[in-house]
Design a protein around this ligand. Structure first.
Ligand SMILES: *[C@@H]1O[C@H](CO)[C@@H](O)[C@H](O)[C@H]1NC(C)=O
Length: 191
């Protein structure tokens, strides 16, 4: 588990994996645990094209924001659970269809950015997002994050459950356990 112990705009994890390919399909999953009530960023995918080409964000309590190429969808989830939350989102360019799963359950499908391609030369930032680094927004995460994966394909319900179990049934292009990452500020990797 990555622990982000303080409310900070300057603590985050940057994945140093080389993500050279543009994406026409992808899925992303992660688990987080926090009692923050302000907005915060979970997963940001910056490319040569734009700083948040993919963004997984908490827009307000119980409302996840999922953005592709600067366009966003919002998914409302049950509140007051006082436990960690597992989320996955998927997107495919051909139809623009977005899937969202909360604690393993699929939410109604929606769509955005049909025909778009997510850029290349990507870098992943966990617990903050690109514009924060430029000093634009207070989006720093505080709490625990784990089980982060990114695939360059769609994902099935059983794939989501496998990822929840930290046993992804497809090889991810990014997986939190075996990818070199650089910690900036105060973030700790704890069992
Ligand atoms: C993306 O997904 C679509 C629909 O599932 C598929 O037809 C297409 O070949 C995929 N593209 C890539 C680059 O994997």
């Amino acid at each position: 588990v990555f622990v982000f112990p303080q409310e900070s705009q300057t603590s985050y994890v940057v994945v140093t994996a080389a993500l050279e390919q543009p994406l026409q399909n992808f899925s992303v999953c992660l688990r987080s645990f926090t009692d923050l009530t302000r907005p915060y960023s979970l997963f940001s995918y910056a490319t040569k094209k734009r700083s948040d080409d993919i963004l997984f964000y908490m827009a307000k309590p119980n409302v996840y924001q999922f953005s592709v190429g600067g366009k966003s969808l919002f998914f409302t989830v049950p509140g007051g659970l006082a436990e960690s939350e597992h989320v996955c989102a998927s997107w495919e360019s051909t139809t623009g269809i977005v899937g969202f799963w909360f604690n393993g359950k699929p939410w109604p499908k929606k769509g955005l950015q049909k025909g778009y391609t997510v850029g290349n030369e990507a870098s992943i930032m966990l617990g903050n997002e690109g514009s924060t680094v430029l000093g634009n927004e207070a989006a720093g995460f505080m709490g625990e994050m784990s089980s982060m994966y990114l695939w360059d394909t769609g994902i099935t319900n059983s794939g989501v459950l496998a990822a929840m179990d930290n046993r992804p049934n497809q090889t991810p292009v990014f997986g939190w356990r075996n990818f070199p990452s650089r910690i900036v500020g105060e973030v700790y990797l704890k069992p």
